[in-house]
Write a protein that binds this ligand. Structure first.
Ligand SMILES: [Zn+2]
Length: 217
């Protein structure tokens, strides 16, 4: 497998379908880029309100909490709040989006200075929101903007598609596990929805390395 092509990246944009995907998919890469002087921006597409159906955490409270968690996780690697944009599309609702909604998503993604590198979800992800954000990213930037993809939830029905690039996390590994655990709403904070999403210790450890993998699809 090849090392990541990261020469001459001045501006990178990491696109997350949900608040936490940027950390799960690309924490080590973001840390590497920040340390090498790259301007790293994050765009979080959906509001994250679909992770739980809780009386004590109604949508507005959950959305605010997840924003706070994203800011907190990214502050650990020196990414300021001002570099994070929340687009507030409906969580788990992207597949029901109209063509107008899809165009609006692409317009929002394209806002700001053109990046040299876009890090985005994979078209091969099991989660429909991830696949739709992947398609929007494919359509948004011209070919001169390099795109790398991360796969959060592999789709077992898809043919095996080995990633092209590997980034060893090394000393970022423990930091990555801690950053994922920062997302307390996704790691057990919400107790009145047994069906709600929850990452346990074992899952966090497996999401946190020892490598991050990136593809081009
Ligand atoms: Zn996601």
């Amino acid at each position: 497998m090849n090392p990541l092509p990261l020469k001459n990246i001045r501006r990178a944009l990491v696109v997350a379908p949900h608040p936490d995907d940027e950390t799960i998919g690309a924490f080590g890469l973001m840390r590497h880029l920040v340390r090498h002087g790259t301007n790293v921006r994050i765009t979080v597409v959906t509001n994250g309100a679909a992770s739980h159906n809780s009386k004590t955490w109604p949508a507005a409270r959950l959305i605010a909490r997840r924003r706070h968690e994203t800011r907190h996780a990214l502050a650990r690697i020196g990414i300021p709040q001002t570099a994070i944009t929340f687009l507030d599309f409906p969580d788990s609702g992207l597949q029901d989006m109209s063509p107008t909604g899809f165009r609006r998503l692409k317009q929002k993604l394209a806002q700001g200075q053109e990046p040299d590198l876009v890090v985005r979800p994979s078209i091969l992800d099991f989660h429909a929101d991830h696949r739709i954000v992947a398609r929007a990213c494919q359509d948004t930037w011209p070919r001169r903007v390099h795109q790398l993809t991360y796969l959060v939830w592999p789709d077992a029905s898809q043919p095996d598609n080995p990633p092209r690039y590997r980034l060893p996390l090394k000393d970022s590994r423990l930091m990555k596990a801690a950053a994922i655990a920062t997302y307390r709403s996704q790691t057990g904070l919400i107790e009145d929805d047994p069906e709600g999403f929850c990452m346990d210790r074992t899952l966090i450890q497996s999401l946190a390395g020892p490598n991050e993998y990136f593809g081009i699809r």
